[in-house]
Design a protein around this ligand. Structure first.
Ligand SMILES: O=C(O)CCC(=O)C(=O)O
Length: 287
């Protein structure tokens, strides 16, 4: 097993340097700044701890060609291949942009597949691929993670709400456990254009942004081993991405160059297995 794959499985995340070059970073910043400027002021008021939470769906990938190039970037897919995933699928993503002098992001994990027995094994159902568009440090809101929390129960599993609520999103109570330093935490400062891949079930959060500059991350959720998942898991993934409206796009009328990039990443399940109901918190199977 490669060193990177071993680290990914045991710690739950893995870093890859210099994945997105400076020219693409400039283009991505242009698009994210534009999309952020189109958001209503109430969006930012509701999202104080994330900063913003703008959906990156397939439609956005088709509207802004650089998004499609980013999602299907040979180095992004190459990093997944290095971890042993040669036929990944893409779900959706978010533009998460912390304004200057904004609060920390709360402890959470993105998993909603805890009803699926696969979530209690080392085979990932869903992973995040995060690329920061600026260099990050603990001062301007770098990522922090709890290594191993994707496979081992952590006290936070029994302390944080399963889904974000209004009080957490608006930082109503800075003393809330979700904002505190957690046992086993590791900071992950990164250079702009580096990539971190992690299990969606890994506990993570981000420091406050105490700098005078905006700090933007693109979080993209892939299903790295979709083709090897059991059928009920495939059905659940397809169902949840469809239910979220993330994967619905009329491919007939679309630009063929973008389509050629995106089509291999499309989630498709044509069997008869019933989807497993979504579940946001782990059961007792997580020891
Ligand atoms: O804002 C960040 O640095 C992390 C974003 C995050 O936690 C997420 O996308 O789930």
């Amino acid at each position: 097993m490669s060193h990177k794959r071993e680290q990914f499985i045991t710690k739950g995340y893995c870093l890859f340097n210099n994945i997105i070059n400076s020219q693409m970073l400039v283009e991505l910043r242009k698009v994210t700044d534009k999309v952020l400027s189109m958001q209503d002021i109430s969006h930012f008021k509701r999202q104080q701890t994330t900063g913003s939470m703008v959906l990156i769906d397939w439609e956005m990938a088709y509207r802004y060609n650089v998004m499609a190039k980013f999602i299907s970037h040979p180095k992004m897919l190459g990093a997944l291949a290095e971890l042993g995933f040669n036929d990944p699928k893409f779900g959706h993503g978010r533009i998460i942009s912390k304004p200057p002098h904004s609060p920390p992001l709360y402890w959470h994990e993105d998993g909603r597949f805890w009803g699926d027995p696969v979530s209690y094994t080392s085979q990932p159902i869903q992973c995040f691929l995060m690329v920061y568009l600026t260099d990050t440090t603990p001062k301007n809101g770098c990522l922090r993670v709890i290594p191993g929390s994707h496979l081992k129960r952590h006290p936070l599993h029994d302390q944080v709400p399963s889904k974000q609520n209004e009080a957490i999103a608006t930082y109503a109570n800075p003393e809330d456990i979700v904002f505190q330093r957690a046992e086993g935490v590791v900071d992950l400062p990164m250079k702009a254009g580096d990539l971190v891949i992690g299990y969606a079930t890994l506990f993570h959060s981000a420091h406050s942004n105490q700098s005078d500059q905006i700090r933007t991350v693109l979080t993209m959720w892939y299903y790295p081993d979709f083709v090897n998942l059991p059928e009920p898991s495939q059905a659940s993934v397809a169902d949840q991405e469809r239910a979220g409206g993330f994967n619905q796009i009329d491919t007939v009328s679309l630009q063929s160059t973008t389509q050629a990039l995106m089509e291999p990443l499309r989630i498709a399940y044509k069997g008869n297995a019933a989807p497993i109901q979504s579940q946001w918190t782990p059961g007792m199977g997580l020891k």
